[in-house]
Design a protein around this ligand. Structure first.
Ligand SMILES: Cc1cc2nc3c(=O)[nH]c(=O)nc-3n(C[C@H](O)[C@H](O)[C@H](O)COP(=O)(O)O)c2cc1C
Length: 370
């Protein structure tokens, strides 16, 4: 339990061991953040993953000191944020749950047997808990249809749910702990792997919250942001527009016998010599979601695979499938690879990168060796 500001407490949990989030590798775990706001009425904002329910209830009770929960704001139904709902609503049966219409639908689907009272909210609606007022800001598709942010007017806190989130499960509490670079690294990794397809919706969210004086951002994963609010909002604006670094190259590849790696090294040297900042990711050594996080600000994305049984290596196909779904825009691509006799992988990679809307360079090929 951590005090965020007067009458606002963080009651979530740290999941140090989780390593996989719907295909996204989380090397340092994450947190499931939840907040309790004490006023004449008591409000709980979001829950935690089901397996942490017991620890979560203890955190809540420590803050409540015998009081009850009157209101629950459910900003997002995904099980990492709502898993504890059936137990919490059973324990506090008089609490009214607030969420979007899509939230109501999705909760019914996930927890058909849970008993709770639900009020649908829409943009502009507010909840008065005594001296505090909450404003609801639906943010559909950041990153599910139900998603919503909530602003606590008097404390100037934005409970932003997955927006501005970071998978950082190391016990860091605030953006002041390890500084701006760390915050942007973790937030960028999260943005690239989860939020990237929804640039338009992020723009709408930023417009909607620009009316508010925000002193604290409490996302549903990672650290609470107090010091670097304008920096992270600026980064979100930039990422939402798919702005990239014109001098940054990402090379993603895999290899069986080393020739495709030699091609990667050749490209790395060529572009480094031209003054580009080049990073190469070998998919045998790094997860494709790490490669995706490195793609966030790279103007050039080069992808290589040898030909294996008339196609590319599965690791490279996995990366390309994943990246295509995340819809990076405005990139320059290049396919490369080695082959022995038929060489299909290179054209297949070329076509997949082109289908992402990338402007394509001539492929680079090598027969057996260079
Ligand atoms: C199991 C296996 C299957 C292969 N299948 C093909 C193929 O279908 N078409 C082709 O042109 N080369 C094929 N090759 C040859 C490789 O593409 C070739 O050895 C290439 O140089 C390997 O590149 P690398 O050194 O980057 O792994 C195959 C090689 C192996 C080991």
């Amino acid at each position: 339990m951590i005090k965020v500001s007067d009458n606002v407490y963080s009651v979530g949990v740290i999941d140090r061991d989780v390593r996989m989030f719907h295909g996204y590798f989380t090397p340092i775990g994450t947190t499931y953040n939840s907040f309790l706001v004490l006023d004449e009425k008591v409000t709980l904002i979001d829950f935690v993953k089901e397996k942490f329910t017991e620890e979560f209830l203890k955190n809540i009770e420590e803050v409540l000191r015998g009081r009850t929960i009157d209101y629950i704001i459910c900003n997002h139904v995904e099980p990492d944020h709502s898993g504890a709902l059936p137990t919490v609503t059973a324990k506090y049966p008089n609490a009214m749950v607030y969420g979007t219409a899509n939230c109501q639908k999705e909760l019914k689907a996930y927890y058909p047997n849970a008993q709770y009272n639900f009020t649908v909210v829409k943009s502009g609606d507010t909840l008065n808990t005594g001296k505090y007022h909450f404003s609801f800001i639906p943010m559909p598709m950041v990153h599910w249809p139900d998603s919503m942010s909530t602003y606590l007017q008097e404390a100037k806190i934005l409970f932003s749910n997955d927006a501005f989130g970071q998978h950082t499960g190391t016990g860091e509490l605030s953006d002041t702990d390890k500084g701006l670079e760390r915050l942007l690294d973790r937030a960028g990794d999260y943005y690239a792997n989860i939020v990237l397809p929804f640039g338009m919706q992020v723009t709408k969210l930023i417009e909607a919250v620009s009316a508010f004086d925000i002193q604290i951002i409490c996302p549903s994963h990672g650290v609470i942001i107090t010091k670097y609010i304008s920096e992270i909002v600026q980064k979100y604006i930039s990422w939402s527009k798919n702005e990239t670094d014109e001098k940054r190259v990402l090379i993603v590849y895999d290899t069986m016998w080393g020739t495709t790696e030699k091609l990667a090294e050749k490209l790395q040297k060529e572009y480094t010599d031209k003054g580009f900042q080049v990073e190469a990711v070998n998919l045998t050594k790094q997860h494709y979601s790490y490669a995706m996080s490195r793609a966030l600000e790279a103007k050039y994305i080069f992808v290589g695979s040898p030909t294996l049984n008339n196609t590319m290596l599965p690791s490279v196909m996995a990366f390309l499938t994943y990246m295509k779904g995340l819809k990076p825009k405005g990139r320059i691509g290049k396919a490369f690879g080695s082959y022995g006799w038929s060489g299909e992988s290179i054209n297949q990679i070329n076509d997949l990168l082109a289908s992402c809307g990338f402007e394509m360079q001539e492929p680079l090929k090598a027969v057996w060796n260079i």
